[in-house]
Design a protein. Structure first.
Ligand code: AMP
Ligand code: MG
Length: 418
């Protein structure tokens, strides 16, 4: 087992120990945001027939070849076709058909002239009227072909594609009402600490509320996983060991927080080592050096630190990518931008620091990063008021106001390109 490893090494290590989960099928609406687990085909041509893209008059374009304002071409309106109807009668030379958007184009005609540029000579433009065309029209004008969106049996969404809301509509049009997607990981969220009480309780002396379980479950949900908050575990080897044994049997991924350092009551490392394989214990990052990862009975177990910000950053950088990989996503890095630092930032700790803070734009439109004043690893409120984390690379080089820093955007999906 290696000593302190980089954030990238830690992430790759975790990713190398998780697999894409099996497929499941979901209904159309539930497919939004999910990853297709198979190639999906259309059962029909979409649209199934050539149709009008405008409300207008369907004509044979040849007949209007010499139409002009001086020499308009008049025609009889012999029928009207609404969307949903089919007109199968003949259309002779000198005749046209009033047609609505979406209505099938009869075989005898090949072009649609929109209402607005057609003069009504006699009647009201409905069947029985006479209309005049003052300009030629092109073959295929205002006509949408059959199969323009998809051909029957064609693959419309490929395995691995993330299905977006438009994709849900695309699938609907193609009759793909049961959608194969990769399953969401069921993740156990376990807070370890004899000081912890449920948030619904008012803590007695020496106790604090368990806030991590809720932040981590929310983060898991934001990553597409299905979290279950398990009961708080007291700081004993036996209690933790029993909880981990049960959890790995019931879940796809197990996350704990607390008890991850070298204190007298920190048991996640020895428990993972004893029950399975321990792959990592410390990562070169701040907040959150104590990041434990291993496999127990085939299930990944990640031990986050107890300090709220440390648990949050550890989840964000190391657990979220794993949960995404399990669902078939292939992008694991949140979008990053370079911003100028709003004020001096001293650096004494050589670890890579994830500064919580706010990314904004100045009057000229340039990105500015303002670090939160309090960078304590014990605080959630600072992250609630932040929208990104800026990276202070390994080493002890301080940064002065106006120098560039790389910012990781939070709450922006990994697929987004900036
Ligand atoms: P530990 O990693 O167990 O040493 O915990 C570090 C700090 O985080 C201590 O001050 C703990 O009380 C606090 N802490 C641990 N677990 C939680 C939790 N679930 N919610 C809020 N704070 C916690
Ligand atoms: Mg503790």
């Amino acid at each position: 087992m290696a000593d302190m490893i980089s954030v990238e090494e830690a992430r790759d290590l975790v990713l190398s120990h998780v697999e894409v989960l099996p497929a499941e099928t979901v209904s159309l609406l539930d497919a939004a945001g999910r990853v297709a687990a198979a190639d999906i085909t259309s059962d029909i041509d979409v649209s199934p027939f050539a149709h009008s893209a405008m409300d207008g008059f369907a004509v044979h374009a040849d007949e209007l070849a010499h139409a002009s304002a001086e020499a308009p071409v008049q025609m009889d309106v012999i029928a009207e076709i609404a969307a949903g109807e089919v007109y199968e009668g003949p259309i002779d030379p000198g005749q046209c058909v009033r047609i609505m958007t979406g209505a099938p184009l009869p075989d005898a005609v090949d072009s649609v002239v929109k209402y607005e540029i057609v003069d009504v000579v006699e009647g009201d433009g409905k069947p029985g009227s006479r209309v005049a065309f003052t300009a030629p029209t092109k073959v295929h004008s205002n006509v949408r072909d059959a199969g323009e969106e998809a051909k029957a049996d064609e693959t419309i969404v490929h395995r691995g594609e993330v299905i977006n809301p438009a994709g849900v509509g695309f699938l609907a049009g193609c009759g793909a009402v049961v959608v194969p997607v990769y399953r969401r990981p069921r993740i156990a969220i376990i807070s370890i600490g004899s000081e912890l009480v449920d948030p619904s309780e008012v803590p007695t002396p020496g106790k604090i509320r368990n806030s991590n379980s809720y932040a981590l479950a929310a983060s898991a949900r934001a990553a597409g996983a299905l979290p279950t908050i398990l009961p708080i575990v007291e700081d004993t080897h036996e209690a933790l060991s029993a909880t981990i044994k049960n959890a790995v049997a019931a879940f796809d991924f197990v996350v704990t927080s607390g008890g991850a350092s070298n204190g007298d009551f920190d048991f996640i490392k020895p428990v993972v080592k004893e029950l399975g394989q321990l792959f990592m214990t410390t990562v070169n990052m701040r907040p959150g050096k104590a990041q434990t990862f291993g496999i127990v009975d085939g299930t990944p177990v990640f031990g986050l630190p107890g300090n709220p910000a440390a648990a949050y950053v550890g989840f964000e950088m190391l657990v979220r990518p794993a949960l995404r990989k399990m669902q078939g996503y292939t992008h694991f890095e949140r979008p990053r931008v370079t911003a100028t630092l709003a004020h001096d930032e001293k650096k004494k700790d050589p670890r890579r620091i994830f500064l919580r803070g706010t990314l904004s734009k100045d009057e000229s439109g340039a990105y500015v990063f303002t670090p939160a004043k309090n960078q304590s690893s014990g605080l959630f409120g600072v992250i609630q008021r932040s929208n990104c984390m800026a990276l202070m690379p390994e080493g002890t080089e301080s940064r002065t106001a106006g120098t560039p820093v790389e910012c990781i955007l939070l709450d922006v999906n990994e697929e987004v390109v900036l």
